[in-house]
Design a protein around this ligand. Sequence first.
Ligand SMILES: C[S@@+](CC[C@H](N)C(=O)[O-])C[C@H]1O[C@@H](n2cnc3c(N)ncnc32)[C@H](O)[C@@H]1O
Length: 276
Amino acid sequence: MYILLILVVIILIYICYVYFVNQTDVIAEHFSPEQVEEPFDNFFVNVYNTVFDYPYLFTYDGKLIKKYAKPEHKILDAGTGVGRHYKVLYDSGCKNIIGVDMSGKMINKAKARCNGDFQVGDLMSDDLFKSDAFDVITCLQETIYHNNNDKIDRILKNFHRWLKKDGVLIMHIFNTDQLDPAPKDYSQYYTDNHGIKHSLTYFDGFIHDAWWDDGKYYQRVILEDGHNKVSTLNLNMIGKKELVEKIQKAGFKMKEVIDYRHLNITQYEMYVFSKS
Ligand SMILES: C[S@@+](CC[C@H](N)C(=O)[O-])C[C@H]1O[C@@H](n2cnc3c(N)ncnc32)[C@H](O)[C@@H]1O
């Protein structure tokens, strides 16, 4: 009887060990610091494309942007990602638009979404475009936060130089005290044993578990076969005041701030800056 009990305990310990080793292997693989340059592998580009899909919101953003972006304008969609804002603008008549992203995998997805003009490149590179090249630059969602403070300064300087005299910069700026891991309004929440708030969202074929910790956004995808894949987005979530000061220091003047409170979104606002 005792031998049987000991055997059951050993088997249970073995199962826990195998499960734990599998999990940490996957975590180690996806937490690699090399991912800073190319944070999205194909798996997480697909996850991003599915999980953060808000057609109504991108259409609404498009309407806001169209107040400034006219069909005859030359537009840069900086950090175009999978090209969702790009497509809304393109379909609304802004055909003279270029989408730039440092992730080739994101650009591939954007190209599959829209038959437009896309380029892999780092917004930090001074020679990406000539001076006075654009009427409007959009830099949406968390794009700017993928960069450290020095890079942000260099990118803002580039934006200022790339814009024409009457040009505008349209950016999403986050309220960093309101960060919410949940990708959907039907996401559920739980708190882990370190006191960190997670969101849990059920999708067709996988569960998405996400949390913010120390400015990083973590996502664990639990597949139907029980396997986990974890990704970390090493974001530099600088405060709103500090970021706005940086933008003004780069030479921009604040023109308009649009909030999304009527859509129950308090995490970020859209800021419009003029070049001069
Ligand atoms: C949240 S996505 C933008 C959302 C996009 N509007 C969409 O429709 O999917 C942020 C993107 O910014 C890109 N990004 C961040 N910093 C960048 C930089 N310095 N140069 C080029 N792309 C950058 C990232 O690779 C990422 O794909």
